[in-house]
Design a protein. Structure first.
Length: 117
């Protein structure tokens, strides 16, 4: 399953994980979220409802990772770094080049949709 991520005029494609969380997220698409900046490496938004979660300590975040924090916070990472936090993987952007520039430095509107490819 592929997810199309649109921020402004920039479009990215992500490959979804084969798990209950990714399927539950995909069932809610298309979805446009107002995402806030955090720590100079991620955008996040709390959903109005919970998704199934199975958080694990991932250790390393890669630019383009699409994760669930807790049971209702969607996080899109645009920088790679080490972390001690636990997340449930939703998917990963296939080619994150330009993702940081597309998401910008502050609040951004991001649309997630299922790919028809």
């Amino acid at each position: 399953m592929r997810i199309v991520i649109t921020a402004g005029d920039d479009v990215f494609y992500a490959t979804a994980e084969q798990n209950e969380t990714a399927r539950a997220f995909a069932a809610r698409l298309p979805l446009t979220l107002g995402m806030s900046e955090l720590n100079g490496n991620e955008k996040y938004c709390y959903l109005n409802e919970s998704l199934p979660s199975s958080p694990v300590r991932v250790g390393q975040i890669s630019a383009g990772d699409l994760m669930l924090y807790g049971s209702s916070c969607i996080v899109l990472f645009y920088e790679s770094f080490s972390t001690s936090y636990s997340y449930t993987r939703i998917g990963s952007v296939d080619d994150p080049a330009g993702l940081a520039q597309a998401l910008g430095g502050g609040f951004v509107s991001v649309t997630f949709a299922l790919s028809e490819e």
